[in-house]
Design a protein around this ligand. Structure first.
Ligand SMILES: NC(=O)c1ccc[n+]([C@@H]2O[C@H](COP(=O)([O-])OP(=O)(O)OC[C@H]3O[C@@H](n4cnc5c(N)ncnc54)[C@H](OP(=O)(O)O)[C@@H]3O)[C@@H](O)[C@H]2O)c1
Length: 312
């Protein structure tokens, strides 16, 4: 497959534009999802070269993993697809606890394997850090699972820089997934120097700032899901952010590209980032995102974009 990249130091090779699957079966996040359409979206994208899907137990409490597993099984290309999933949420009755203990990590990996209908997970992340488990111990457990062939690469998500260092004390962390986009750039200082130095790949989540950087929202846009409470999508902050997206649109127009494509190309030009996982609810969105691979930004365009989001 052309244009494949290696994820950090792992042996995983992917199309750098993956799919974030929290809107695939993520009924707890988005109302009114159509599961059949969700599966068709994955299959259509795979036919067009998508080979990296990012899911998690907590998207629909296992439903996203089940649908991803079904879609990949139906299309019959398990070995060509890189599946990333995440776990750490233990339910005791209705109550959710974050748990990184060795026993629970073994249990949750086994449960993900079943839901995904597979006998290996390409990339397994600890979704959130808990308060009690030493991070090197949690990662030691994932290393055992890796040696046993149940997972191929080790990830952490939402770990602070200190937790990442502790987790990686034996050098076993392959990937960190964290909040990063043009509006939210702390990771450049907080994580990138360390991850670059240690060959850990940084996978940004919310690459479109939950849709804002895909370039289609206006002042009139109303959100009927968890986005309704996001500060950057409300009031004056939303209006100021839309102005920045308009400036980005001028660059995109010059290149006869979409705002969303220019944004993805900007991330992929960062040394710390190998892959992106934009979410999508419609097949045309995921196909449109895949075609961002055709966009090349000059150093001057990279700078111009940087300036839009760093100046007040
Ligand atoms: N590790 C973690 O804790 C964590 C946390 C959050 C997310 N994630 C992962 O990161 C992935 C990405 O985050 P996200 O999906 O929440 O947010 P996002 O990628 O920033 O935004 C996705 C939204 O942008 C819109 N969109 C996408 N492509 C578009 C296109 N080409 N044209 C127009 N609109 C487009 C869609 O929303 P509309 O159609 O509704 O406008 C889509 O749902 C998730 O799917 C998940 O896998 C991980």
């Amino acid at each position: 497959m052309p244009n494949q990249v290696q994820i950090g130091n792992t042996d995983l090779r992917v199309n750098p534009i993956g799919l974030g699957a929290n809107a695939i079966g993520g009924h707890n996040l988005y109302p009114g999802l159509n599961e059949q359409a969700n599966k068709e979206l994955i299959k259509a994208a795979i036919k067009e070269g998508l080979d990296f899907v990012d899911t998690a137990f907590s998207y629909g409490m296992g439903r996203s993993e089940e649908l991803v597993g079904e879609a990949i099984r139906e299309i019959g290309k398990r070995h060509e697809i890189i599946i990333a999933t995440k776990g750490a949420q233990r339910f005791i009755g209705e109550e959710k606890h974050i748990d990184n203990s060795p026993d629970f990590l073994r249990e949750t990996v086994d449960a993900s394997l079943k839901r995904l209908q597979t006998d290996y997970i390409d990339l397994f992340y600890i979704h959130y850090p808990d308060e009690n488990t030493p991070k090197y111990e949690a990662i030691g457990t994932l290393k055992e699972l890796k040696d046993a062939g149940k997972i191929r690469a080790i990830g952490v998500s939402n770990f602070s820089p200190e937790q990442l260092r502790e987790a990686n004390q034996d050098g076993y962390v392959d990937v960190i997934q964290g909040h990063y986009n043009l509006f939210h750039r702390d990771a450049e200082q907080d994580y990138f120097p360390y991850t670059i130095q240690h060959g850990i790949s940084f996978v940004p989540y919310f690459p479109f700032a939950s849709g804002l950087l895909a370039g289609k929202y206006t002042k009139e846009t109303q959100f009927n899901d968890f986005r309704a409470n996001m500060p950057h999508l409300k009031g004056q902050a939303f209006e100021q952010n839309l102005e920045k997206v308009d400036q980005l649109r001028q660059i995109a127009n010059r290149k006869q590209a979409e705002v969303s494509q220019v944004v993805l190309a900007w991330y992929l030009a960062q040394e710390a980032i190998d892959t992106v996982i934009p979410g999508a609810k419609k097949t045309e969105q995921v196909l449109n995102n895949l075609s961002a691979l055709e966009i090349n930004l000059t150093a001057q365009e990279m700078n111009e974009i940087d300036q839009i989001f760093t100046s007040d």
